[in-house]
Design a binder for this molecule. Structure first.
Ligand code: GLY
Length: 280
């Protein structure tokens, strides 16, 4: 099973329509990976790659611009007690695959700037030139996905262009483990929203702690973690027990959830919870 979001924020109606279509395709691709025998990591990376490639979100090809008109990307992935992340990437739109390369092929967790760009170039990754930033995009934020595979392994992935008009060099929460994404033993999550507030709260780590250490129900753990962030935020999560949950304090957050049997897409409104117990 897989859950994905297209970013918490003040979505325009026409943008939401497009985003919802892409989100559906993203979880379908993720579930197909799982059905082919792929891992939860394959599923989240493929789902997020599709969202990056679409240009419909503030990530990858659709990333917002900074105050000097430049574009830089952040992304992170985690699974099996390992994490990989990149920040301030300018060499490729496919930041989530670059984060995966950091996790799998280096002994580091986070590569930034020139170092991350060199790794992208050495891999022949597709360049960022095709960026199609729009003026309105950027009041929405970050894409992410969380998946559970047939072996009970969880993975989480996020990718973002950051916040519109950010200072050149600014990095948000998305590449920071515990803040933008986290995978614990029984629950995995990722977040979206104002990075400066999320970095000070670590809602993903908080969700795991509430669920695993304190036995809080998943929807309540997700809601409490999200509300602890003192700015608009959204969190999605999956547990190995088959629970899925999402919550946002932003105006809207489109989400999609897929299992072998069903694909569901919803636009969550401010302070509305999504929760479901999925057949594993
Ligand atoms: N949540 C993404 C960012 O603030 O950069």
């Amino acid at each position: 099973m897989i859950i994905a979001h297209g970013g918490a924020g003040r979505w325009e109606h026409y943008e939401l329509k497009e985003a919802v279509k892409v989100l559906r395709r993203a979880v379908e691709i993720g579930v197909n990976e799982l059905l082919k025998g792929g891992s939860a990591l394959d599923a989240v990376v493929e789902a997020v790659t599709l969202m990056e490639a679409s240009g419909a979100f503030n990530a990858g090809r659709g990333a917002c611009k900074d105050s000097s008109g430049g574009v830089s990307l952040d992304a992170g992935v985690m699974w099996m007690e390992r994490a990989g992340a990149v920040a301030h990437v300018k060499a490729t739109w496919n930041a989530v695959k670059l984060a995966r390369a950091v996790m799998e092929d280096t002994h580091h967790v986070l590569l930034v700037g020139d170092g991350a760009d060199s790794l992208a170039k050495s891999r022949g990754m597709p360049p960022l030139e095709h960026c199609q930033s729009t003026s309105s995009r950027g009041v929405v934020d970050t894409v992410g996905a969380v998946a559970l595979d047939s072996q009970g392994r969880l993975a989480s992935a996020v990718s973002t262009g950051g916040i519109r008009g950010k200072m050149p060099g600014r990095v948000g929460d998305s590449p920071i483990p515990g803040a933008g994404f986290w995978v614990a033993k029984r629950v995995a999550s990722c977040s979206t929203g104002v990075g400066e507030a999320i970095m000070m709260t670590h809602p993903c780590r908080m969700t795991s702690m509430l669920y695993e250490a304190f036995g809080v129900d998943l929807p309540i753990a997700v809601k409490a973690s999200c509300e602890a962030v003192k700015a608009p935020c959204g969190v999605i999560a999956l547990s190995i027990e088959g629970g899925a949950a999402a919550y946002t304090t932003a105006d809207y957050m489109p989400i999609s959830v897929a299992t072998e049997e069903v694909v569901e897409v919803q636009v969550l409104e401010k302070k509305c919870s999504y929760s479901k117990r999925l057949a594993k």
